[in-house]
Ligand binder design. Structure first.
Ligand code: F58
Length: 818
């Protein structure tokens, strides 16, 4: 992809014109005088000033696309975890310095306004953040594209701790205004639900089906601009908000029941009310299916009726678009497109299927069987009866093919059916996506291989050409330039400009790993970032840490397969060995263990683990005999904004999932790019990180995936590890004794230790010894700061591959053919 060379905003605009526009927004946008304006007034005025600069380029991008009609990509995702917008938009437009100068002349501190922004947390974790990185890279790589999703009124819950336990609060991210969005109620789309399907015959005697929904919801599009990095392109992210079809349902209103009429409205608006805070196990809730159908039905209609030129021949749809399905959440788009073509436009099944199979592609983000989404047919049939019919027909024809390819193999047919019979009749959405999509991709090499060999092996045998890999990536604009300005400046000084959009150029830093002066300056940057992070959590959470200690970070959703409990066992073991005299304090490396993690509100074990981490933290942090050498910092409500402060400060990145469970990970990439070393298993993208940075600069430990499978097959007995490893036993016993819970041994303490000793589904005990050994290698390496810094520099230099720009180029070459 070539970059259009639009003149940067900086050259076109002066501080004076910026000031004029800003003041205009204060007066006429906010309706206040500058000397009476609140911080929020000033933030909103600034945001709108920057937005106006973007709008010019956005309109230009839209005009060009209408003229050229190039093949585009629609990225369909139930989540976009965007993070703050102001910083990113200032960076992309190169207005940072102008804005700073302009504001400072008015006596306003730009950074104070930045801090006023509430981040849109419209995602749960990695999957949502990946979507946000991808729209950034699509724009920067100059790909015509549009993101489609849901404008949740409440994003991921805000986490608080009460007595160490997680408490969830609604995330009212819209409460102070939303300057980045542009609603277009006049382009609203109606979506049906429920009802029945009718048969009818046309004049020529041809039979048709017609869906008669019994209730409707209106989708109002909200546009967000997604700027490429200083290349003049601004793409669109279109999020849908649900409204009642009519403010008052006339029939009910006329019947005189005002409250019933209002109730109908509330029910409709519930659809986009809140993001489901699940992290990997879908709950099969009806409202969730409503959300999914709502946003894909709006998006398909929008694309076909508004984005495409009028009278566009839909037989040629594959020349114009790929709908990339981000996991199975948008997969109901498959029968919806079939319905649009067959029922609404009178197409034959075969023609509709030929087009449908070419325009969809599916990305899978998991390996956990329980995370594969299924919808009970009675629920689906009640909500979307016509779609269920279409799915049945797709399945019939597909199973016919299976029978042809594997005659007599009844078992295979049952395994591969899109409809599962047990435990309740359900639609397997991943299978539907695989059958309908032109491509299926995993998100790291190992993950894609396991998809082919295990999770979807029957399908890979039948459609080998469909399966491919695109390893995830992260945007270096947000996760280097914005979050780590000092490292970015040091890199630019060393290798010149241009690396931010050509991240493999970080390789040019390799020789500097051997340059003592460069290493000193690299360390200076880390030291600064550590102090900055310490200040942030002191102000935000009242947590005191020493800025000199190693920052050892484990941040990700709380899930058993990710094994926060293994990290906790390591911490407790260190503490136990110190207090029992086995480990002299002088030999203990000063470390801050930083956790960031939200637990799904209904995931009891995950919440207990949070409570236990906080309990252990409280005890260790208060124990003066440690002389402050070990600290546990668990700031609440980990989000993108906090990640931007933590990651640049981190020295050690914990990526310790059980091998074969983490599809990819993207935090692992962000940490490596910011000079943290990884302690990790052979899992997900860790595998590729290690291959690139080299074994000497990565702390590998634990079983690999085949070893895990073997151990599973031969009968894993966690208790034997407990019995045989003195340190492990002592750590578990210490927890069980109530040492961290004020003598309390019951409740969650015994349930966590008990389940680890008796079952340990994710084999934390089996990997404990290897993990502790790896941590000793970490400490030995850390003791030689020159060697450590050298490794850190090499991590930065060798991980340019993990730019999401590269991921997008891989999607273009392997999937989108654009
Ligand atoms: C994550 N999945 C993977 N799901 O766990 C991670 O390895 C990968 O790097 C990332 O996707 C990007 O590919 C993930 O975040 C969710 O949050 C879903 C939210 C909705 C319910 C099901 C899980």
């Amino acid at each position: 992809m070539t970059h259009t060379s639009a003149p940067s905003a900086a050259r076109e605009h002066t501080v004076e014109s910026f000031t004029r526009e800003f003041l205009r927004e204060v007066n006429f946008g906010q309706g206040v005088d500058l000397d009476r304006a609140s911080t929020n007034d000033k933030y909103l005025a600034l945001a709108r000033t920057v937005r106006a600069y973007l709008t010019t380029r956005w309109l230009e991008t839209l005009r060009t696309q209408r003229r050229e009609q190039k093949k585009a990509v629609a990225y369909m995702s139930a989540e976009f975890l965007l993070g703050r917008q102001l910083d990113n938009n200032l960076l992309a437009t190169d207005l940072d310095d102008i804005a700073r100068d302009s504001l400072s002349q008015l006596g306003i501190d730009l950074d104070e306004l930045r801090e006023a922004e509430i981040e849109p947390g419209l995602g749960n974790g990695g999957l949502g953040r990946l979507a946000a990185c991808f729209v950034d890279s699509l724009a920067t790589e100059n790909v015509p594209s549009i993101g489609y999703g849901i404008r949740y009124e409440y994003g991921i819950f805000r986490q608080r701790f009460e007595d160490g336990r997680q408490v969830e609060e609604p995330d009212e991210w819209l409460r102070l205004g939303s300057p980045w969005e542009m609603p277009h109620p006049e382009n609203a789309v109606n979506v049906g639900f429920g009802g029945r399907v009718e048969a009818w015959t046309d004049e020529s005697g041809r039979a048709h089906r017609r869906w008669m929904p019994d209730w409707h919801v209106t989708g109002v599009p909200y546009n967000y601009m997604v700027p490429g990095y200083r290349n003049g392109r601004v793409n669109t992210l279109r999020l849908w908000s649900a409204r009642a079809t009519q403010a008052f349902d006339l029939a009910i209103f006329n019947a005189g029941d005002y409250t019933d009429a209002v109730r109908a409205q509330t029910q409709a608006e519930n659809i986009s009310k809140v993001l489901y805070p699940e992290d990997s196990t879908p709950q099969g809730k009806e409202l969730r299916l409503q959300q999914q159908y709502f946003f894909v039905a709006c998006s398909l209609r929008d694309f076909v009726e508004k984005v495409l030129p009028e009278d566009y021949d839909l037989h040629r749809l594959p020349e114009r678009i790929t709908f990339q399905l981000n996991d199975t959440h948008p997969v109901i788009a498959v029968p919806e497109l079939m319905r649009l073509l067959i029922d609404d436009r009178g197409w034959e099944w075969e023609d509709a299927w030929a087009v449908t199979q070419k325009v969809f592609a599916y990305t899978c983000h998991t390996l956990l069987p329980e995370a594969l989404e299924v919808w009970p047919v009675d629920l689906l049939g009640r909500l979307l009866p016509r779609h269920l019919e279409i799915i049945y027909r797709i399945n019939e024809e597909f199973l016919e093919q299976v029978r042809e390819a594997f005659p007599g193999d009844m078992l295979r047919e049952r395994h591969m059916s899109i409809i599962a019979e047990e435990p309740v009749r359900s639609v397997r959405m991943a299978y539907l996506a695989t059958v309908a999509g032109s491509k299926v991709n995993g998100v790291a090499e190992l993950h894609s291989q396991l998809l082919r060999d295990k999770v979807l092996s029957d399908f890979a045998e039948m459609y080998p050409h469909k399966f491919t890999n695109v390893t995830n990536g992260v945007t270096p604009r947000r996760f280097m330039a914005l979050s780590n300005p000092r490292l970015s400046a040091l890199i630019t000084e060393a290798i010149g400009e241009g690396w931010l959009t050509d991240l493999e150029r970080l390789r040019e830093l390799e020789p500097l790993a051997d340059d003592a002066e460069f290493r000193r300056r690299f360390r200076e940057v880390k030291d600064h970032n550590r102090v900055r992070f310490a200040d942030v959590i002191a102000a935000r959470d009242g947590i005191e840490i020493s800025p000199d200690a190693m920052v050892d970070a484990m941040v990700k959703r709380l899930h058993e397969y990710k094994r926060q409990s293994l990290k906790l066992l390591h911490i407790v073991s260190l503490y136990e060995r110190i207090t029992s005299g086995a480990l002299p304090l002088a030999d203990v490396t000063p470390r801050t263990f930083v956790f960031g993690a939200k637990a799904a509100p209904g995931y009891v074990r995950a919440k207990e683990t949070i409570a236990l981490i906080n309990a252990v933290g409280r005890t260790i942090n208060a124990d003066t005999s440690l002389e402050g050498r070990l600290k546990v910092a668990f700031p609440a409500n980990y989000n993108v904004t906090l990640a931007e402060k933590l990651i640049p400060a981190a020295d050690l990145s914990e990526q310790i999932s059980l091998a074969g469970k983490e599809a990819s990970g993207t935090g692992n990439m962000k940490f490596a790019l910011n000079g943290a070393l990884t302690v990790g298993t052979d899992d997900g993208a860790n595998v590729e990180i290690r291959q690139l940075v080299g074994d000497d600069h990565f702390f590998l430990f634990g079983m690999d995936e085949p070893a895990v499978s073997d151990l599973q097959a031969s009968g894993y007995r966690s208790a034997s590890y407990y019995e045989q490893d003195r340190d492990l036993r002592a750590a578990l016993d210490m927890i069980a004794s109530g040492a961290f819970t004020g003598g309390e041994r019951g409740s969650f303490v015994s349930s966590i230790t008990g389940s680890l000793i008796e079952r340990d589904r994710f084999m934390a005990l089996a990997d404990f010894r290897a993990y502790v050994d790896a941590q000793e290698r970490v400490e030995a390496h850390w003791a030689d700061q020159e060697a450590w810094t050298r490794s850190a520099v090499l991590n930065v230099a060798r991980t340019g591959y993990f730019s999401s720009d590269r991921s997008i180029r891989d999607y273009l070459a392997r999937i989108w053919n654009a």
